[in-house]
Design a protein around this ligand. Sequence first.
Ligand code: MOS
Length: 698
Amino acid sequence: MPSWPTETKYISHSTLRIDAVPKLTGQARYSSDIQAQGWLYGMILRSKWPAAKITSINLEKARAIPGIKAALTVQDGERTVRYYGEELAAVAGTTKQACLDALRAIEVEAKPLPHVVHETEAMKDDSPKVWEGSPNASNPKPSDKGDVDKAFAECAAVIEGFYTTPVQLHHPMETHGSTVSWTDDGVTAWVSTQGVFGSRDALAGGLKLEQSKVRVLSEFMGGGFGAKFPPVLESVLAARLSREVKAPVRLMLTRFDEALAVGNRPSSFQKIKLGASADGTLQAFEFDNYGTGGLGSGGTTAGGGSGVNLPQPYIYRVPNTRVKQTVVAINAGGARAFRAPAHPPASYGMECAMDDLAVKLGMDPVELRLKNDPSEIRQREYKIGIERFGWKEKYKKPGSSPGVVKVGVGCGGSAWSGGGGARTTQGEAQINPDGSIEVRLGVQDLGTGTKTVIAVVAAEILGLKPEQITVKIGDTRYPPGPGSGGSMTCPSVAPTVFDVCTKTLEQLQTQAGIADARGENWFSACKKLGVNPLVVHGQWQPGLSDSRACGVQFAEVEVDTETGMVTVKKITCIQDGGLIVNKNTFESQVNGGIIMGMGYALYEERIMDDLSGVVLNPNFETYKVSGIGDIPEIDITLLNMPERGVIGIGEPVTIPTASAIANAVANAIGVRVSSLPITPAKVLAALGKVPPSTVSKT
Ligand code: MOS
């Protein structure tokens, strides 16, 4: 079994991103920067009906617009659309304005159908059906473990709460899209994607081409958060347009498109009953939840794949549980995997219930967690967190903070069973006689620092500096890499690069007749290669990575009881990620996760209009995410556990932030705001300062 070196120069230390300069200077080429010879703009026409039978689409007038080179329908014949934003047609033209004019000139005949865009409405018997002849809501039986009713009857304290979370939109800074060129040789597509190979296969399938005829590239991308896996409909349309116009087509979604059609995190409406014995040992849990993942999630198509069904009672050991989860279809864009699917809402519901129970028991909330959390790692993390955060000094009875601006603290834990590593990951290194080296993997970098991780591992094994390693990624012509999801990238890539470089070094040493070719011997060894470079292939090896990351977070907030504004002052995070490959990019993931979790706690919420079925807040003026002025002090403690191997942490670090903040708000004001996002209006309503009816409900 291979093992990581114990004495290290780069692994577990901090290396700045090797691609920081090209990114900051604008040299990095994203999908929308590709200057393919003679490229045209592509644009998509979307349904303006939340539900309708489309009877005809006439493209003639669009085709007549000056500058328009092609127009096509997504699908021929009559069809039903089920949300505002569903793709109908696409055009390609020489200017953006020509495309916009063409979209307006397309004549669509449709028979509107009744629609429903809110979960609670959709669950009613007389609600319009998203899928004809099928109920909007799945109607599952509760699943019981133990004797729940008896256990509740014997509990010393029982709380009941109704905790809700909104539909959250991914909104990566770079929208979905691609530049696609279709020639006689095949299709070349620069796609903003979390999986170049998955996108290649989806494109080949969608275009009915051999996979060998499709090449997907993605060297740089501006985030995805789970929304940028196939289907790649927008790239398929760009390819079809490209074939017609015999030129490359750049088709990037607008921010509005992004809000309508390419994924979201499902909502949750969690009725929770939780009971414990007098010493705080959890005894019984009852859970009745419903939520929507948009059109594809209800009735007979029900499934929790995109995160409607929540893993409750989350990280806690409860002997008696009853769980019922209802998946509701509405006329809205479908959910997609979103950073730790199902976990942030599960954490929010459960951690709120834990704090409400702690208050009822008169117990310290951290003590209640230590009593019921079976994870040894989180136990350790809580103990470190208590000290670093100063929990014992900061925790006061709920609502006891004096004055108008009240201070509160809260906490929460996370578990993520992903990671582990994709065993199919391969890579190669090319060593040239002049000592230069290129490491190639068909992985992509969401923006998390994958290239840097590759350089760090290669430099460590070869005794070189990270900047000596040329890293090539994001191309289906390189050895196959994993999709960047499930916090799998680092534990897939790091062991692969370890294997590639270990084998490269062995072969170089053999060929050069040098016992140790690392460090100062590197150049003389490479020189002995003669004329030909050395290319060595390697693959993922077991024993170098692990799954199951654990973390805890503490939050300190100020709540202005006159304006209802919540200000997060500090987040303390204690996180396990196994062997830390690169401290800098690890911490950067933690920062990003916390900042996104803050958005979930305080700002983010998709708002649907009943009448038109449109997303009312599709841009950053109206869909609020955390801004630079909102960012609190973030104190990160990483547990380095090299014995566990590499574990991905992109997802786990965003899970408990909203829970800790929500609990801190409840601690500050002494009442629970039981609905995310915690807006000023909801705070004031909870304080009885405005009537609850003035507060919008998701
Ligand atoms: Mo992720 S939500 O597996 O990109």
